[in-house]
Design a protein around this ligand. Structure first.
Ligand SMILES: NCC(=O)N[C@@H](Cc1c[nH]cn1)C(=O)O
Ligand SMILES: [Zn+2]
Ligand SMILES: [Zn+2]
Length: 476
């Protein structure tokens, strides 16, 4: 395998400008799944990706998923089901990724246009979706192209599943996976997903868990319309005052969840598990670097890692309807909608968590004695996932990391969520591996998201090397 891989790596290096152009084209399509007006762009992105795969000789179906549940005026973007190769003598590797992105606007504070890939003098490639998840998805396409150009036989058959709603709760995908588990996905031997990040900037990792995410909105309304605070301040119950009190009651400034019963659902920390964290190559400086400040709740590495990987957290995301532009408007908003979510971990069940959260916010609102009205809404829920990192899928990926980067990878659990990971594992009964390309400083979901050129190019080598090792790894 060694000469073949070296040949492949050389080809990836030779093709790097073409691969960067491919990413540039993808970033230019603003495929924001959570904004209604961008839905045509999400669909356009799905078609662009399908065309790219077809041009490389893959077969693609863009599976329509119908209307978006609860927002039926919107059509869900298609799920891309693809294949590359069908040799019965080869293993079948199912790869998943997403072609939608988080919202982004220059006014949010981006230094450059978020939909123009901009490379700086440190070879950082800035653009929305560069690391989450267009770069990694295109990494798989780059792997195919480099094999073709190098004249190297492709080591496996690829089964592809690329969705356009991951950043919006993966609506519609669970049903597709369930429906296709014994059809389109039936031959999959293992699953590989590249959609998370290294813990630092230098050392790759293999990831065997993600936290779940239950997302909520709280609508509080009262006045018939927005009011003058000089005329109605001190007279009317204000929705914003109520909302801030209710949201404040969820979590304290040290991240402690204040919802009764949540802590009891969390799996106790065993000595064996506690021993997993100290050997992970991660420092508080790595954390300060990725955070962009020293404003951490915990000041030691192990606590910080455990609170990212194995404890739940509640985050307050925003308030729709609140006065938020610059200036000093003396308004009382008539209706405000607070958005918050909880990241869940073993053994928290979605329904139990929802019940505890709903009871908590209803009690907190009742305590205010406000004459306003509150509506609690569950926006979407995805469960946590933990896999067996001793599986041969992980052994193969570990060998690929050593080959490309010359180090043994850390084994990590991701603080973010990829809702369909568990669905793949449960429905296909196959091992799932997360094999990240990007680093901790990539700022996914934030302003100035980027992917380092090194991570994109070496990451493409890693995905290809993984396919070679996983093709040959003995089963355990
Ligand atoms: N790269 C994975 C990712 O960013 N996932 C999102 C998924 C999500 C969950 N709920 C809403 N979106 C994440 O926020 O972790
Ligand atoms: Zn992602
Ligand atoms: Zn994301």
């Amino acid at each position: 395998m060694a000469p073949q891989l070296d040949n492949y790596f050389k080809q990836v290096d030779d093709l790097q400008d073409k691969f960067i152009d491919r990413l540039r084209e993808a970033v230019a399509i603003p495929s924001i799944s959570s904004e209604d007006a961008r839905r045509p762009d999400v669909v356009r992105m799905g078609h662009w990706l399908a065309d790219q795969i077809r041009a490389l000789g893959g077969e693609v179906e863009l599976r329509e998923l119908g209307p978006q549940p609860g927002r039926e005026h919107l059509t869900l973007p298609p799920c891309l089901l693809g294949r590359y190769g069908s040799d019965p003598k080869k293993r079948n590797i199912l790869i998943y990724g997403h072609y939608d992105v988080q919202p982004a606007a220059k006014e949010d504070g981006w230094a450059t246009d978020p939909f123009t890939l901009t490379i700086d003098d440190k070879d950082r490639m800035f653009g929305r979706g560069s690391t989450d998840d267009k770069g990694p998805v295109l990494g798989w396409l780059n792997v195919i192209e480099a094999h073709q150009k190098a004249g190297i036989e492709f080591p496996v058959n690829l089964i592809m599943c690329f969705e356009g709603m991951e950043e919006n709760g993966s609506e519609g995908l669970n049903d597709t996976i369930k429906a296709e588990a014994k059809k389109f996905f039936k031959d999959a031997d293992v699953v590989c997903i590249s959609d998370n990040y290294w813990l630092g900037t230098e050392k790759p990792c293999l990831t065997y868990g993600v936290r779940g995410c239950n997302y909520y909105s709280l609508e509080i309304s009262g006045p018939g319309q927005d009011l003058h605070s000089g005329v109605f301040g001190g007279v009317a119950h204000e929705p914003m005052t109520d909302l801030i009190r209710v949201m404040d009651s969820l979590v304290d400034p040290d991240g402690k969840i204040l919802v009764k019963g949540i802590a009891d659902l969390v799996a106790p920390l065993t000595d064996d598990e506690a021993a997993l964290y100290p050997p992970i190559a991660f420092t508080m400086d790595d954390l300060y670097q990725s955070l962009g400040s020293k404003a951490t709740i915990h000041d030691n590495k192990n606590d910080a890692l455990m609170h990212k990987m194995r404890y739940p957290s509640i985050s307050l995301h925003g308030i729709e309807g609140a006065f938020s532009t610059s200036g000093a408007k003396t308004v009382i908003p008539a209706k405000v909608i607070g958005k918050f979510s909880i990241r869940t971990v073993p053994n928290m069940e979605i329904d139990e968590v929802n019940k505890l959260i709903q009871t908590h916010v209803e009690e907190a609102f009742a305590k205010l004695g406000s004459k306003n009205t509150m509506k609690f809404n569950i926006v979407h829920c995805g469960k946590w996932w933990v896999a067996d990192p001793k599986h041969w899928n992980y052994t193969a990926a570990g060998k690929a990391v050593e080959k490309v980067f010359g180090v043994k990878p850390d084994l990590t659990r991701e603080g973010g969520s990829i809702p369909v990971t568990l669905t793949f594992q449960d429905e296909l009964q196959k091992n799932v591996l997360l094999l990240p390309m990007g680093s901790s400083t990539d700022m996914a979901h934030s302003i100035n998201e980027k992917l380092d050129k090194r991570n994109y190019i070496e990451g493409t080598k890693l995905l290809g090397a993984y396919l070679h090792y996983v093709a040959e790894e003995p089963t355990n």
